[in-house]
Design a protein around this ligand. Sequence first.
Ligand code: NAD
Length: 500
Amino acid sequence: MSTTSSLSSTVGGTDAREHALLESVPSGLFIGGKWVDSADGSTLDVFDPSTGARIKTIASATAADGIAALDAAVAAQQSWASTAPRVRGEILRRAFDLLTERADDFALLMTLEMGKPLAEARGEVTYGGEFLRWFSEEAVRVAGRYGQNPEGTGTMVVSQRPVGPCFLITPWNFPLAMATRKIAPALAAGCTVVIKPAALTPLTTLAFVALLEEVGLPAGVVNVLTTSNSAAVSDPIIADSRLRKLSFTGSTPVGVALMKQAADNVLRTSMELGGNAPFVVFGDADLDKAVDGAVAAKFRNTGQACTAANRFIVHSSVAGAFASRLSERVGAMIVGRGTGEGVNIGPLINDKAVDKADSLVLDAISRGARLVIGGSRVDDTSGSFYEPTVLTGVTRDSEILREEIFGPVVTIVEFDSEDEAVELANGTEYGLAAYVFTQDLARGQRMIDRVDTGMMGLNVGIISNAAAPFGGVKQSGLGREGGLEGIHEYLSTKYTLIPR
Ligand code: NAD
């Protein structure tokens, strides 16, 4: 692998276009249709993880701002719920069109605050935008049921109503798509929202909400809280009886804590939590496809995806060939600032993430794993870089097989029988995504049934799609985003009996 010269040349600064783009992003909270400072004037700094440089200072909300945002969402709820579904859908569609027009700006903004390579950021604009288009179409297709009761004495009407004001909490790793995957179905269903993006990457959400304002979203329908004090701002919102729904994407421990809080208020919850995806390669797999799939499933977003392949479980007959072909591809990867030409491995989100990847790799090596390539932090930069890495012969007691790595590290474990592969794949408390490579269709179908997962790629390394239900089983969460299912997270079922 190599590092680009842009690593050092951009340290500490941004160029004119980047500067102008950052200047254009609002720096306030968005409450009731107005951009405002936080109640006590506090601020938070946002950094470029590829340089460590501060790129913008924005408002940091207090608990009082949180309640003000909920007040605004509650005030707008009734009129938004009674706005025609077609009108709601058309606002989402205009948002899709304008986002598409501004794709390059949104991509660059994500690269600046989160670090992902520009081409991937562009891909996220496409993916994130699709939720706007998909739910603009779903807004007018919410159906109910109508029928006679079994006794023949009345008519039963089952309808779907918006659940009410929602609180949306999003992580830093997909700054646009995690926001649109929640905002679009909520708005389509007729719910108003308060959204709290991660403090590490709040700018994309601010820019996106400014875009929603531009396409005519009424005041109060979407409110944004950026804050460096998540718990202090979130706790009173979650405890407020006017809130009806909490949708969270983030780590499992935080999700569990929020579910406990939500229980006191009997809130509907959607929980998109952590993953530990197995990537199973059988002896009969097409190795070219498996290696392509591995590159996509592992190195996209520099390994910082909940769906990232975390454990490569490879049949012993092909483990050597798979490892050497994958390592060859890894050797050709270019590490650098996401804006650099040809860069495919950006920085990790911060130095803590680099420390974590490094200590997991060291632990695996100390327990017997063999390092094929990589295995070190990149030291000659002020950014948070870690080399793309391949480890083979990872032993089953290694920490790296249990933890979400969230970095560009491949861990290869060998197996000999299908039962062993299934046991290894399911040997985790998580169950978000899984990847299986085999040319035997019957085996593929058995794996679909046997692997405990919310989503599976059969001979493919990228599975996310706005038209598909995204979500996990076990400790990877509850509920589904996207697909036909996604809007139902924001609807509640009402039954009415009309006697004859
Ligand atoms: P995180 O759990 O640390 O934070 C997620 C969000 O929760 C952030 O906005 C954070 O500010 C907020 N938060 C943290 N503590 C809080 C509290 N006490 N009260 C209210 N809000 C709080 O996760 P992260 O590091 O931002 O994201 C990475 C994690 O997210 C990984 O575990 C990854 O697998 C998961 N993730 C899951 C999905 C999915 O769809 N399943 C998608 C992306 C990321």
